[in-house]
Design a protein around this ligand. Structure first.
Ligand SMILES: NC(=O)c1ccc[n+]([C@@H]2O[C@H](COP(=O)([O-])OP(=O)(O)OC[C@H]3O[C@@H](n4cnc5c(N)ncnc54)[C@H](O)[C@@H]3O)[C@@H](O)[C@H]2O)c1
Length: 399
């Protein structure tokens, strides 16, 4: 970078991009760009529909929001935080990342640094994104612009481990860029930065964090299935085993959302491209993907065995984890569908969801709960603390 003064633009203002923009915006004037016009219009009115950031915080931050990509050209330090989903074949879908790279490329000034935060497999930033930046900017990587990668590690809904309290892994395409990326993030991260030795190390570090969590939860789910059959209390078993210092305290859970249930596939695709069969990671994915159906079948067996007259079943919670409004890849959809297959009428009560329908079920009002014969708590929202369900599944869902 020739110019000493950096001007930041965050591209993609979702669960990750907005808190980041607010953190930087409290320090200095920055720009925020998103292709979603509705989102930008809400943010201009200090409204975060995902309820992660308060209106007061958005208002206090000095952010110019825009859905016009030209705003990107006013900045020389651009951070990309767009989604990295999978397609229906569970392969990485790089379309948002590449389309954001195209928009950034079209508005890239000489001397800029582009930092990616989206979760990707090692090599993606340099091999997939850089060519797009070069093509649309007509600038040369390494000479005219530099890149960085700094994985986002926030945990939406978590009010304790907020963005400033999580060590930030940073990387850069050369030493000078690494120092600039480290210095820039150090302004907002009180916990400090970790300088990764390469961009690929930074990319890989994030993907293994989430894959490790997925596999460990899968192991707990497998333990639970064995102990359910053996009629051994799994909660008491985990409590007893957890008294040893080196027993890892994971719990069974329904792994949904767009990180833990998705990111391992970015790693498995990379592994397969290198002719390695990632057996353990895929086995974990398979277990976790089938856990909701397993829990639904188990609950129905309980209803039948106990001769409970239950025609109308109410599910408490629809989001992929407690105390958030995010339903992306929520396993509650599989849970509801499995119950419906057995000819029960199913409704949901989730006050985090505004819509009156979710997963093909009615999202009822609190006053209607009494109309249901059987109430199952599926998501442990704090708001449900005063309700007394007939049954609870995996109360530790928290991924
Ligand atoms: N949500 C999490 O818990 C979390 C945590 C850590 C890392 N991540 C990773 O961070 C990345 C972003 O995730 P998220 O949860 O913030 O996603 P999100 O869907 O909440 O937000 C992404 C935003 O990007 C915008 N967008 C999409 N394409 C765009 C484009 N071409 N140009 C500009 N904006 C565009 C969307 O309109 C949306 O507002 C993903 O790679 C994800 O895996 C997410």
């Amino acid at each position: 970078m020739k110019s000493k003064k950096t001007k930041i633009c965050i591209v993609g203002l979702g669960y990750v991009g907005l808190p980041l923009a607010v953190a930087f915006g409290k320090q200095e004037k920055i720009n925020g760009f998103d292709i979603n016009k509705k989102r930008i219009e809400e943010l201009k009115k200090n409204i975060d529909s995902s309820k992660e950031t308060s209106s007061k915080d958005i208002q206090r931050a000095k952010i110019t929001f825009s859905f016009d990509p030209k705003i990107i050209s006013q900045s020389n330090f651009i951070i990309i935080a767009v989604p990295t989903p999978i397609d229906k074949y569970k392969n990485p879908d790089l379309r948002p990342l590449l389309s954001a790279s195209k928009l950034v490329g079209q508005n890239l000034k000489k001397g800029s640094v582009v930092v990616y935060e989206s979760t990707v497999y090692p090599g993606c930033t340099e091999n997939d994104c850089v060519p797009v930046l070069e093509k649309y900017s007509k600038l040369k990587f390494g000479e005219d612009f530099q890149i960085g990668y700094s994985p986002e590690r926030i945990n939406p809904g978590d009010k304790v481990y907020t963005i400033d309290k999580i060590v930030k892994v940073v990387s850069g395409s050369d030493k000078k860029t690494l120092e600039l990326v480290a210095k820039t993030y150090s302004k907002i991260i009180k916990a400090g930065v970790h300088k990764a030795s390469s961009i690929q190390v930074a990319e890989a570090s994030k993907i293994i964090e989430n894959t490790q969590r997925d596999v460990n939860i899968a192991l707990m789910n497998e333990f639970k299935m064995i102990f359910d059959k053996a009629n051994v209390n799994w909660e008491d078993t985990l409590k007893a085993a957890g008294t040893k210092w080196n027993f890892l305290k994971f719990t069974p859970g329904l792994v949904g959302g767009h990180c833990i249930s998705v990111d391992p596939y970015y790693l498995t695709q990379k592994a397969k491209s290198l002719h390695h069969n990632p057996k353990m990671i895929l086995a974990g994915r398979d277990i976790n993907d089938n856990m909701a159906k397993y829990e639904a079948k188990r609950m129905i067996r309980y209803i039948r065995k106990n001769k409970i007259k239950a025609k109308k079943i109410l599910i408490l919670g629809a989001t992929f984890k407690p105390d958030v409004s995010d339903t992306r890849n929520s396993k509650i959809e599989d849970f509801a569908n499995e119950i419906k297959k057995k000819n029960y009428q199913v409704a949901i009560f989730d006050p985090f969801i505004k819509s009156t329908r979710i997963f093909g079920c009615q999202n009822i009002k609190k006053s209607e709960i009494k109309k249901y014969d059987f109430v199952v708590k599926a998501v442990n929202h704090k708001l449900f603390k005063d309700l007394t369900p007939n049954y609870e599944i995996l109360k530790y869902i928290d991924v």
